[in-house]
Design a protein around this ligand. Structure first.
Ligand SMILES: Nc1ncnc2c1ncn2[C@@H]1O[C@H](COP(=O)(O)OP(=O)(O)OP(=O)(O)O)[C@@H](O)[C@H]1O
Length: 708
């Protein structure tokens, strides 16, 4: 682990070209660092470990070092350095990089904006893959056997083509029998070979795609289940977009690599070895030449290919960036329109799209040049082989058929070697994607849904005790929110917590829901530590939670209310809606309870959404109700209707109200004022007013604000 400080100057820069200042100056650490990519986001930086081989990392480091020192000295030092690869360059690059980074810190000392800890990259774990592959083992073995068979048959094809040519040559020389009679035997054999090879190929592709799809589907389901099991702290620390990416893009990448490596990898290796043996048997002399020329050409092709793939990845990232701009603008279209920002959004989008089109054009040019050059190279190889082979034929060291076999076999070797080099990169990408998926698959939540697994046998009274609770959020361990906090919610009474914003009121509710566990102290329900209770039962049946901005799902009102109790009948749903003062407005819609509420409930007003959320909480008939500023986002009229619903809903339950507007909690049985993470005043409205302490101060301030 090491810390990285990003300077403001570097925020907009893309990944590797960021000037990162590693706190450590050891070459080995900088080498580790070069694996990381940093992308600034709206809420901080996200770090991701990217695939990349040693050469590309050395290249990246050297470029940063050279660019930075060049910009510092306005010269171009070390340009030659770019072209020398090897361990020496690594050391030089790393040292140079480190030196420049130190200077960078001096320059931008006032601009240091963030300190981020990187965690080690996840590792690919074979035993996890094995668990997913095991159920499909027979199909996988079948696919491997068929692919191997297809490769073996493929090795035969050049030899049989050679036989065919030899038959034709013999017929031309000797003119014995009819041409059809002479050629039909080897031609039919070749045809049968093509047919068998085609069948085997079809078979292994079908089997492999079945295995790949099923493994990917199992992985998706298991990963999703694992993500849903994680506690809230996990979601505080990880962005939803990145999690969804692991579910979709990473599993997709892993699946493609898995299929490709097994099918093409196996085929290419078998064919390379087999065809090389054939080449040697056909002509050791020509094979000697091929051994020198072919790897050089394939190597050069692989280098250019990896450069083009890098260009392609950058172009794809740019397209993703453009899509991100559009996604954000369309997702927040109301805000964009409210600020008349359409033109600006359009300009940003156009800028990103133009950049991506420019990059794609460059990529297209690169591919065209590459293809042109490889065509020339491949044709030259054919020409060279015919030239050298022809001279061997003229010396009677080789037959024309053997030359034909040699040509086809050497083409097969070329293709196979090229695909091995591509597959190697694909394997690196696949295993990194797999490692990212596996990281969350094996992650154990600290708060498990089964919890202590206990459900009390007696009917609940609903008494809650917060005893000596101290708490810091896991993402900010140094910032203590609650400090020896004590509070009792007596059964069937309403307790309100008030206090300054950010004082920790909602945190108290989160601890009761067990979204987090206290750092020290205990939350008790009916005298039982809630950590020993079954969490599904606690959240599903005991506690009803209504907050300021309820989130509805994009389904019908009926389904949204039933979310609180999936087995509820229609009559129960309607009853809950009536208790929540929602029945009347729901039935006024043409589709009534079947009205679809749109994404996150966007087609309902704030007050309507809130009443649906109240119905959703009430349908499970909870013993404890938590209202976290449930009416603070509403206008006066909506607040009145919702408050009426809440007054009905709270009867006969233990209620914890977190409120900003003090007018809404004056009837509470107990009002507690929070300050510095603990309760500093408690009593009824009148008791607290007569005390003249913090509560009366808050009331005075709110009245004064109301009169402004
Ligand atoms: N998920 C979180 N991770 C880290 N810190 C958090 C998280 N949620 C809240 N905090 C911090 O905890 C403190 C208390 O927040 P909390 O939401 O409990 O306050 P509050 O009293 O309910 O505030 P408000 O009245 O404004 O809603 C704040 O400083 C806040 O920044």
């Amino acid at each position: 682990m090491f810390q990285i400080i990003c300077s403001k100057a570097s925020i907009a820069a893309p990944v590797r070209s960021l000037s990162l200042y590693p706190r450590c100056s050891k070459t080995a650490d900088i080498w580790k660092l070069s694996r990381w990519y940093v992308s600034p986001g709206s809420t901080g930086y996200s770090f991701s470990r990217q695939p990349g081989n040693a050469v590309s990392r050395i290249w990246g480091l050297t470029q940063i070092a050279v660019r930075q020192s060049a910009s510092r000295t306005s010269k171009q030092p070390g340009v030659a350095l770019k072209f020398i690869l090897g361990p020496a360059v690594l050391t030089v690059s790393a040292r140079l990089f480190c030196h420049v980074a130190h200077c960078e810190e001096d320059v931008n000392n006032n601009n240091l904006v963030d300190v981020v800890s990187t965690k080690p990259a996840p590792e690919f774990k074979w035993h996890i893959l094995w668990e997913f592959v095991k159920p499909h083992l027979f199909a996988l073995i079948g696919a491997v056997v068929l692919a191997f068979g297809a490769a073996i048959l493929n090795i035969q094809i050049p030899l049989m083509l050679g036989d065919l040519v030899n038959v034709v040559a013999r017929y031309l020389r000797e003119h014995t029998g009819t041409f059809v009679h002479e050629i039909q035997g080897p031609a039919l054999k070749l045809l049968a070979l093509y047919g068998a090879q085609g069948l085997l190929t079809t078979g292994y592709i079908i089997l492999l795609s079945q295995v790949g799809e099923r493994v990917a589907a199992d992985m998706r389901k298991t990963l999703f289940a694992s993500l849903l099991r994680q506690d809230v702290a996990f979601f505080d620390a990880n962005k939803t977009g990145q999690l969804v990416n692991r579910l979709t893009a990473d599993i997709q990448e892993f699946k493609s690599s898995f299929k490709l490596v097994i099918s093409q990898g196996l085929r290419s290796v078998t064919q390379t070895v087999g065809c090389f043996v054939s080449l040697y048997v056909l002509s050791p002399k020509l094979t000697g030449l091929t051994v020198i020329v072919l790897p050089c050409l394939v190597g050069a092709g692989a280098l250019i290919g990896s450069f083009l793939r890098k260009l392609s990845r950058l172009a794809q990232e740019q397209v993703a960036k453009a899509t991100g701009v559009a996604d954000e603008a369309l997702g927040n279209v109301r805000t964009v329109k409210a600020f008349a920002m359409e033109e600006r959004e359009l300009r940003s989008f156009a800028y990103e799209v133009d950049k991506s089109s420019e990059m794609n054009e460059n990529l297209g040019t690169g591919i065209a040049v590459f293809q042109g050059l490889s065509n020339i190279a491949l044709n030259c190889i054919v020409l060279g082989t015919i030239f050298a082979g022809g001279s061997l034929i003229s010396q009677n060291e080789m037959s024309p058929g053997d030359l034909m076999s040699f040509l086809v076999a050497s083409q097969t070797v070329q293709r196979s070697m090229a695909s091995i080099s591509i597959l190697f990169g694909q394997m690196v990408r696949g295993t990194s994607a797999g490692a990212r998926v596996f990281e969350y698959l094996v992650l154990k939540p600290t708060i498990t849904l089964a919890g202590g697994g206990r459900i009390p046998y007696h009917s609940l009274t609903g008494r809650v005790d917060f005893m000596d609770i101290s708490f810091s959020y896991p993402t900010r361990p140094g910032h203590q929110i609650l400090n020896k906090f004590n509070l009792t919610l007596p059964p069937c009474k309403t307790v309100a917590i008030v206090g300054e914003s950010g004082g920790g009121k909602s945190t108290v509710a989160s601890l009761l829901e067990r979204f987090y566990d206290p750092t020290s102290g205990v939350v008790m329900l009916d005298g039982l530590d809630i950590r020993t209770l079954d969490l599904t039962w606690l959240r599903g049946q005991v506690i009803g939670f209504i907050n300021q901005e309820p989130v509805l799902f994009g389904s019908s009102i009926m389904e949204n209310i039933r979310f609180g109790k999936p087995e509820a009948t229609d009559a129960e749903v309607i009853n809950a809606a009536k208790q929540a003062n929602a029945h009347r407005f729901i039935t006024s819609f043409p589709d009534g309870y079947n009205t679809v509420v749109g994404e996150r409930g966007v087609t309902l007003s704030g007050g309507q959404k809130q009443r649906v959320a109240i119905a959703r909480a009430l349908i499970k008939n909870p013993s404890i109700l938590v209202l976290d500023e449930a009416t603070s986002a509403l206008d006066a009229e909506s607040e009145r209707v919702v408050q009426e619903a809440l007054d009905k809903a709270t009867r006969g339950r233990t209620v914890l109200i977190i409120a900003h507007r003090l007018s809404t909690i004056q009837g509470a049985d107990l009002i507690c004022v929070m300050s510095n993470g603990r309760i500093v005043e408690a009593g009824t409205h009148l008791e607290l007013l007569s005390k003249g302490g913090l509560y009366s101060d808050l009331i005075r301030r709110q009245r004064a604000e109301g009169q402004k």
